[in-house]
Ligand binder design. Structure first.
Ligand SMILES: [Zn+2]
Length: 59
């Protein structure tokens, strides 16, 4: 079996494939992440923590 280049959304609990390999999230979470970045650093920090936890869990 060939390994797919498609990547999986980094968001916690989400196993959807991302649209483009350079993206880290599926369409839904990519949009949410952009909104979070607009809102402010406090939320960005929370999101990054979520991502870090997610990455660790997937290891
Ligand atoms: Zn997702």
């Amino acid at each position: 079996m060939k390994k797919s280049k498609q990547q999986i959304c980094k968001f916690v609990g989400c196993n959807k494939q991302v649209y483009a390999s350079k993206m880290k999230f599926c369409g839904e979470h990519e949009r949410a992440f952009q909104e979070i970045k607009k809102v402010g650093g406090k939320y960005v920090l929370g999101a990054l923590t979520f991502i870090a936890v997610s990455t660790l869990k997937k290891k």
